[in-house]
Design a protein. Structure first.
Length: 589
């Protein structure tokens, strides 16, 4: 009996041990969670749940304080072997909050959140290569900035110290590596990427060369790795030859791609070179969403399930107190300077508008009153004949009412100088064709102008509409003279060939003026002084118009093609007249 009692007691004790051991101990699956963001562009502060009128905000920025709170439950969940936090680039530039510390306060907040790795976006170069290295050093204690494809051309050495990072989850090896878009050569100030290669050939647009560059990284990291993740800042924008959906079909060995750059909400599978489906995810932009991926290892296979968490779902959260305190302390330090009034406007100065589910940056696709004001301020400050500014360089709009110094900085956060260069009419026409060439698709290089007007000619309807030409370029009420030399005020970014304005690179510089921001602020002050207390109004004035040949029933060539056709028709008519005259002469004989 004693033996039976002892045996029973031992059995009960063992049973209790099994009850209190987590079931994950006996599960063969390994599971980890990835939180990911991209293209935050300095939106560190979360949008309040309600606006000043007490109305609930349906859209806005989640912010880092809410982000940390959202992840808290997963971090203590015993069913999850690991939580990774990844960012796909363009985080440290784009708002006054980020600008005033040259991105350093964003890096600090990312460390407080617990970011594990970050890809370098093109806007990370916005403060110059020296400051980018400082940001990398600042982040190094918590996470690396990575871009395995970026090297110095002179020494063929990596630009960043760390370009991949290893993690362990339930005995599995996870490797994450970073890739930066070759478009950085066009999207960042050319001086900031001088001496760097992005692995896409001499012109940084060779897809095959880029595939070879990335595949070499994969081949070096794949052995012994259970899950290989590309943290890329490439995007899926159709105007770019090198993008994630053109890259993956040429690669082999990836398990997952976390993407950025095109500001797209994306959760799709793309087949690689071997026919394997690779999940590609992207969360849009401006912290409007965050991504959450559950990755599972089971029976030697890796599977991933992706989800999106929107601002609307988490707007009620207060956020992490420590992060909120850090943001408040920084804002308090700068509030007095940034809140100084510089002018008043009686009309809204437009940057973007909501169309359906999308927020459209109007300056990248059409004339706006804000684009006119910025371009006018450049021309007036320098006395140049003309002015041209890229729509992508204007980053925020101005609401009706008081304009503060901080508001102006948010509109023009990049610190560009105004450069006056000499160009022929032909070069200006080439610049307009280049800048408007992606129309009707939005483009950061879209030309907002002063002192001239032009017509974008298209054909096709709806999604079939395509750019054909630029026509009717007028300067001071007169047609642009291709042979005449004009002075053009533009940003030092464009003058150096930024946004691929190559026709500006070798132009003679007439003047290097001060900051574009200062000229903009001076113009606001002047307009306000002239308008009085009610503030000034600014309107679109028909500087940029669109003529659709299909709508007009005139689907014929324009510009040089039209000139050639017209010349041919005139020669044909002349030949017919000569033949008729010869016939009459022959009959007269």
């Amino acid at each position: 009996m004693k033996i039976m009692r002892r045996t029973a007691t031992l059995f009960v004790a063992m049973a209790l041990m099994f009850v209190f051991i987590p079931t994950r101990v006996f599960a063969s699956d390994v599971q980890f969670v990835i939180y990911h963001t991209n293209d935050i562009h300095g939106r560190a502060e979360g949008t309040p749940e309600k606006d000043e009128d007490g109305q609930v905000n349906d859209t806005g920025s989640i912010g880092y304080a809410r982000y940390k709170e959202i992840m808290a439950d997963d971090r203590v969940n015993p069913a999850i072997d690991r939580v990774l936090v990844l960012d796909a680039g363009d985080a440290v530039h784009g708002t006054l909050f980020a600008q005033l510390s040259a991105g350093e306060n964003i890096i600090d907040l990312m460390q407080m959140v617990g970011v594990d790795a970050m890809a370098c976006g093109n806007h990370e170069f916005g403060y110059g290569p020296v400051q980018l290295k400082e940001l990398d050093n600042r982040a190094a204690s918590g996470f690396p900035l990575m871009a395995a494809n970026v090297k110095t051309t002179a020494a063929d050495t990596p630009f960043f110290k760390v370009n991949h990072k290893e993690f362990a989850a339930g005995g599995k090896k996870i490797v994450v590596f970073g890739i930066a878009t070759p478009e950085t050569k066009l999207k960042a100030h050319p001086n900031y990427t001088q001496g760097l290669s992005f692995g896409a050939g001499p012109d940084e647009q060779d897809l095959d060369a880029f595939i070879s560059t990335v595949q070499a990284v994969i081949d070096a990291l794949r052995p012994g790795t259970d899950c290989l993740i590309m943290l890329g800042h490439l995007g899926v924008e159709k105007s770019s030859p090198i993008r994630t959906d053109t890259l993956i079909p040429g690669l082999s060995g990836l398990d997952l791609v976390i993407d950025g750059h095109s500001h797209t909400v994306c959760q799709e599978k793309i087949k690689d070179r071997d026919g394997r489906e690779v999940l590609v995810v992207q969360t849009g932009n401006y912290f409007e969403n965050i991504g959450r991926i559950t990755v599972t290892f089971s029976d030697g296979q890796v599977s991933a399930q992706a989800g999106i968490i929107s601002f609307k779902e988490v707007r009620h959260l207060q956020g992490d107190a420590e992060i909120l305190d850090r943001i408040k302390a920084f804002n308090d330090e700068t509030a007095e300077e940034m809140s100084k009034e510089i002018g008043r406007t009686a009309s809204r100065l437009d940057h973007s508008e909501k169309r359906g589910q999308d927020q459209i940056a109007l300056l990248r696709v059409q004339e706006t009153n804000l684009g006119n004001l910025v371009a006018d301020s450049m021309r007036k400050a320098t006395g140049a004949d003309l002015a041209l500014v890229n729509g992508g360089g204007i980053r925020a709009g101005l609401e009706k009412g008081v304009i503060s110094f901080g508001d102006a900085v948010a509109v023009l956060p990049f610190g560009n100088l105004i450069t006056v260069i000499e160009l022929t009419g032909r070069q200006i026409l080439d610049a307009l064709k280049h800048g408007a060439g992606d129309y009707p698709a939005p483009s950061g290089g879209f030309p907002q102008v002063s002192g001239l007007s032009y017509v974008i000619v298209t054909r096709g309807q709806g999604e079939e509409e395509v750019f054909v030409d630029v026509d009717e370029v007028m300067v001071g009420g007169m047609p642009l003279d291709p042979a005449k030399t004009y002075t053009l005020a533009t940003s030092d970014f464009l003058a150096a060939g930024g946004d691929d304005y190559k026709m500006f690179q070798d132009a003679r510089q007439v003047l290097l003026h001060g900051l574009l921001l200062e000229a903009f602020i001076d113009e606001i002050k002047t307009l306000t002084r002239e308008a009085g207390e009610q503030g000034f109004s600014y309107k679109s004035s028909g500087r940029i118009r669109v003529r659709n040949l299909s709508e007009l029933g005139l689907d014929i060539p324009t510009g040089e093609s039209a000139s050639l056709i017209l010349s041919g028709m005139l020669y044909l008519v002349l030949a017919v007249l000569l033949l008729m005259a010869a016939g009459r002469k022959a009959r007269g004989k």
